[in-house]
Write a protein that binds this ligand. Structure first.
Ligand code: SF4
Ligand code: SF4
Length: 180
């Protein structure tokens, strides 16, 4: 997440993540899953929602401040082990570091260009809920259509470069099933 694994992460990876934080700030995900033990240990730090076998807290994460994790040493296992597609590809030398930084830059610029389409103070996840509501309407205004297309293009960019197939919103899952 904001900074990759603590076991001597290469500086390049730290630079990439501290300039991004998309996996913490609600850009990529709606929530983070934690174990029952983590729910107990970290419950006072997050507004957790218990589920049948685990718990979740919602993003944007309250501990992501200035693209940095404020509880880095005690962050949950999901955060410790997460690597987006671009970070994994850079680590595996499948892409040059310059390409990884270019992707983050492209994502940040696209997110900035999305801002005029959002309601003041609206998070990306709230905007996604609004998109679902608009998409279900039989008719929509030109402004609503523009918003829908812009946000969906952004989510496709995130699927392409950052979310793996299991978490993808629109691109095909590896099983061949479309994401919900
Ligand atoms: S989305 Fe990827 S590059 Fe960005 S902070 Fe998370 S792991 Fe790092
Ligand atoms: S706990 Fe830290 S690493 Fe996990 S989502 Fe929050 S800011 Fe990111």
């Amino acid at each position: 997440m904001t900074v990759p694994e603590a076991d001597a992460p290469p500086l390049l990876e730290q630079d990439l993540c501290t300039g991004c934080a998309a996996c913490c700030d609600g850009t990529l995900f709606t929530h983070v899953e934690v174990t029952r033990d983590e729910e107990q240990a970290l419950g006072h730090r997050f507004a957790m929602q218990s589920r049948e076998t685990d718990a979740i807290f919602f993003q944007p994460c309250p501990h992501s401040v200035c693209q940095s994790c404020q509880i880095y040493t005690m962050r949950p296992e999901t955060c410790r082990t997460f690597r987006c597609k671009t970070l994994k590809a850079m680590r595996a030398s499948e892409i040059e570091s310059a390409e990884a930084f270019r992707r983050v830059d492209e994502m940040l610029k696209a997110r900035e260009q999305l801002q005029p389409f959002l309601i003041a103070g609206e998070t990306l996840n709230a905007a996604r809920d609004r998109r679902a509501h608009i998409a279900a309407k039989p008719e929509r205004t030109a402004v609503e259509t523009a918003f829908l297309l812009k946000l969906t293009a952004f989510d496709l960019l995130l699927d392409r470069y950052f979310r793996d197939s299991r978490k993808a919103m629109f691109l095909q899952r590896s099983s061949g099933q479309a994401a919900a």
